[in-house]
Write a new protein. Sequence first.
Length: 216
Amino acid sequence: MVYYNKELDVPVVHTYAELGLPIIYAESYQQRLERLLEFQDKNHKTANVIAVRERPESNYVVKDQFVGANQVVNDGEVAYAQKSAGESPTNDFWHATAPRWEVRTGTALTPADTDTWTQFTNPVAGSLKARTAGYPKTNDTGDADNTGDSTQAVSWAVNWATTDFNTTNISGVIYTSVTSPTTGSPLLFHAVYSPAFDKASTDTLKTFVNHTFESA
């Protein structure tokens, strides 16, 4: 069943596939992969942040891909270490209900190891969202939009519905261990989209962040 926001007269969906509309990609799969390589060459970083926006066009839907890079900050590194050792993380980013994603607007920030929610300025109202069910996971072959998946990558994901928020110039995203972040709230990672992009009230948006563990 599909619900409508009566005030905006738009369907409340996380993906337009729920409506059965034809979906086309703005770029081919090969072009999307080339975008990842182009980002890496230009920024000397792996494009491990994949954002996919669905925007309706008449009787079909267009998918656009945007990329970026993230930094696992100190609190996130400690949490990963504690989790891998079978300990209870000080900041539980894996908790079933508490953790939240959030996006920001404005000039892109430069992530740092010491970042907390304090450094995440210009957060977008309405963008606080729980991660997608079933994540995190490795080898995310179940979603073709995650072009950064691998057997060595831990993939995190979020799906924003049409009515969650709308804004211009989305430049960054974080994942925090608490439901309502405030000054000093811990982060798992701080990511930057490059370039920034917009989300209209009729658009859906999902983001993947892939943390790859390389052999020494």
